[in-house]
Ligand binder design. Sequence first.
Ligand code: DGL
Length: 267
Amino acid sequence: MVVSNNPTVLIFDSGVGGLSVYKEVAALLPHVNYIYIFDNQAYPYGELEQGVLIERVHKCIDSVMEEYHVDLVVIACNTASTIVLPSLRSSLSIPVVGVVPAIKPASGLSSQAVGLIATPATVTRQYTHDLIKDFSNDKDVRLVGSTKLVDYAEAKLREMPLDKEILASELSSLVGKIDVAVLGCTHFPLIKQEIQQVLGESVTLIDSGEAIARRVKSLIEDKGRESENKKKHPIFATAPTWKPESLNRTLSYLGFEDVMLREIPHF
Ligand code: DGL
């Protein structure tokens, strides 16, 4: 069992999206130990059957916790958080922080209509519809569920050339119709500038990253020393990654080691 004096935060997503949450958390808690695991074997989660998704998330988290002492888990994935949090919280004795679309703050800011850009699964979840019913303040909320945008963010972090046409066509139903957009998938803050260009500078983009970071900070204490900050964080994938060299380069800038394979028995 790997144990350390500093608290350890385990961050989970289906892919690189959780890195947008990691960046926010690490900015507030720079000396904490981070471990990242992404379930690329079952990616994209936005098109995965619910029972399979729940089982996968549990297995990934358990697999890391068998080896490392972990103080807090962040499910840095809206698609997973909208269904897996109750069962994870009842099976783990440490805090589990999730991320769900920021409908409430977005509706508060909007004077026209809100766009929710998320995965196909998130826009159909009952949880999301309840959020809209309870917190949209009767604002019109327009939903866009897109896996192509998730793939786009994956490609960006692998330094791939990006086709702006894809973005424009995926977001076309929102252009000129909204004044606030919720980035309801953790992959999307990674392509925020590109989304902003398509929707126009007058549209405010909101994501949940900062709020998650504040929540994590309220639950653990960063008592690290400056020198410990230099250590690279381990990152695991459940299947071999594509374009590993480019991805590892991006990960290195963010403070991670090269991706290590950690297979999870398949469903
Ligand atoms: N990053 C994830 C989310 O926040 C899911 C992306 C996917 O695998 O479809 O919803």
